[in-house]
Design a protein. Structure first.
Ligand code: PRP
Ligand code: HPA
Length: 179
């Protein structure tokens, strides 16, 4: 149906790059989606459809640095709700709450403005891609510190073999495409 056609349109606008950023990695580049209005609209349509059906009570979209910022505000506008940023450390002014998380090599830190989300607020997390799940898990930890309620996560791409879905359980992650 319509949903499948939109998925196919999105799929045609993801470009694989072998050996980026390192040998052996197949990088899935979402830039062509942004260059084609119909493909970008399809992404937001699919996110909106899923959110309206499953997360009727959502009050806020929370997007992850950096590529969550490309899609989150468009979705929030469609839903008539606000958008808040989770950023890599040192980028946000004022009082912030932060969390340290593991990367392949070493650690990183992400943060949100202290008044970004209110206790009890129902949020949806959005990013472009789920790999190991470390990034979304850290975002969940930030939301927990803020006493916000995470209804779910949405991404364009899930990289199945890294099994990020398992790490995030029992939280549900909706993806448009799997690789
Ligand atoms: C990528 C991607 C996700 C994250 C997924 O971002 O956009 O945010 O990695 O990986 P994970 O599931 O293993 O945590 P990256 O860290 O490359 O940062 P960027 O968005 O600033 O490019
Ligand atoms: N594409 C984009 N971002 C990523 C990827 C990828 O394949 N893997 C981890 N982050």
């Amino acid at each position: 149906g319509d949903t499948e056609l939109k998925r196919q349109l999105v799929h045609r606008h993801i470009r694989p790059f072998p050996d980026f950023p390192k040998k052996g990695i197949m990088f899935r580049d979402i830039c062509p989606i942004l260059k084609e209005p119909a493909a970008l609209a399809a992404v937001i349509d699919l996110f909106e459809e899923h959110a309206r059906k499953n997360y009727e009570k959502v009050e806020l979209i929370v997007g992850l640095d950096a590529r969550g910022f490309l899609f989150g505000p468009l979705l929030a506008q469609r839903l008539g709700i606000g958008f808040v940023l989770i950023r890599k450390k040192g980028k946000l002014p004022g009082a912030t709450v932060s969390v340290v998380y593991d990367l392949e090599y070493g650690t990183a830190e992400m943060e949100i403005q202290e008044d970004g989300v209110a206790p009890g607020q129902k949020v949806l997390l959005i990013d472009d891609l789920l790999a190991t799940g470390g990034t979304l898990l850290a975002a969940c930890e930030l939301m927990r510190k803020q006493q916000a309620e995470v209804l779910g996560c949405m991404v364009i791409i899930e990289l199945k073999e890294l099994n990020g879905i398992e790490k995030l359980k029992p939280l549900s992650v909706y993806s448009l495409l799997e690789y």
